[in-house]
Ligand binder design. Sequence first.
Ligand code: PEP
Ligand code: MN
Length: 307
Amino acid sequence: MSEYPLAALASSPTRIPSHVPVGNDLNGRLQIGEGTVTVMAGPCSVEGRDMLLETAHAVRASGAVMLRGGAFKPRSSPYAFRGLGQEGLDLLAEARASSGLPIVTEVVDARQLESVMAVADMLQVGARNMQNFALLAALGEVDRPVLLKRGLSATLKELLLAAEYIMAHGNARVVLCERGIRTFETATRNTLDLSAIPVLKLETHLPVIVDPSHAAGRADIIAPLAVAAIAAGADGLLVEVHPDPATALSDGPQSLTPLQFEALMTAIAPIAALTGRTLTRPECLRAGSHSRQAAAPRQASSTAVPA
Ligand code: PEP
Ligand code: MN
């Protein structure tokens, strides 16, 4: 028997990759998985109202279908900015209503689950928590999809076993995320393990997305890594975008400007089509309450982006 019978591809009776639905009737429904490419984007940390709303509308205008922003940040240093906490969650709720984008945000501690679930359409488990088994078990008991990031030094088998923890506790809606692993290389923050994508596709029916931002640690190579991830079969991307990366309170060097994100979306579209996938479009979501704002960044930037 497989060590991860619920996550294994062989365990699905039809051996067909599964789709993970995200969202509800209020903000529309997405299906993450085979045949589609789902792009989530947003700032590493929610830093304030203006930057969050500006980013939300800009990434939606460029084609992102989920807003990612952290209210609780796991930081390597206890002295680094660790997020706005509840205030950040309140701002995410406002951005959700305003942009119409479903929210994915990190939960670092099971004690925060109730407050995070009040706003999150999807719960992120960060790399540093991939083997926090108490947290994984708690996430198995909630009715919300989980985005499970690969640990910094975790093998693919360990990632699959972490997914199995969540599934064994009752929650089958798990999406895996390759976000780079620790190697001897110093030119990048981590090393994007592209082989994780086809290997996971052979092992599991769960969708696999790629976070090129934390893999690279630098904005100037995010787009080619994103293109490569889609070409290798990733079911989506998680990309950090900030209106002014130079002033970001976390992960500024790897954050794209909205204009750079628009160029990335333009670059991945033909690759998704070439590999027979449909890029999920924001039109499948409900419009936000201030959706007219969404047109502004696109018009302002469309002439400036190189073809
Ligand atoms: C993040 O998504 O901002 C983050 C902290 O990522 P990771 O857990 O992959 O380091
Ligand atoms: Mn980050």
